[in-house]
Design a protein around this ligand. Sequence first.
Ligand SMILES: Cc1cc2nc3c(=O)[nH]c(=O)nc-3n(C[C@H](O)[C@H](O)[C@H](O)COP(=O)(O)OP(=O)(O)OC[C@H]3O[C@@H](n4cnc5c(N)ncnc54)[C@H](O)[C@@H]3O)c2cc1C
Length: 94
Amino acid sequence: MMHSCDVLVIGSGIAGVVAAIEAGRAGARVVLASKGRLFSGSSFFPGTWGLGLIAPADADDERDLMRTILDVGCGAADPALVETFVGGLLPAID
Ligand SMILES: Cc1cc2nc3c(=O)[nH]c(=O)nc-3n(C[C@H](O)[C@H](O)[C@H](O)COP(=O)(O)OP(=O)(O)OC[C@H]3O[C@@H](n4cnc5c(N)ncnc54)[C@H](O)[C@@H]3O)c2cc1C
């Protein structure tokens, strides 16, 4: 089967879905291709605690979140960036 489009988006996490919607709104014919199901990836992983809407409750919780992100990242996540990200969650939500 052959499809033609103006924009081909690979991946249907938040980035891919938003890119596809925006390209469609701009009038492009869009194809969204993904290895996983629609709404997948880290964005929709059940352990993401609500996509940044929930912050760690205390220091133990922060350490647990950092450990989980590093585990799921399988070596791809930079520990310094993860620490900065996790430490910034509560101030960002506030
Ligand atoms: C445990 C955990 C907790 C997190 N907590 C937060 C948080 O609290 N706040 C926050 O802002 N961020 C958080 N993040 C990070 C955030 O989830 C990611 O940065 C963001 O979701 C990435 O979005 P994305 O669309 O770039 O990638 P993803 O959501 O990972 O999407 C990737 C897409 O590409 C597809 N794909 C992969 N390989 C292929 C291929 N070869 N061909 C076609 N398709 C492919 C996948 O199926 C998927 O649809 C967390 C991440 C993890 C793992």
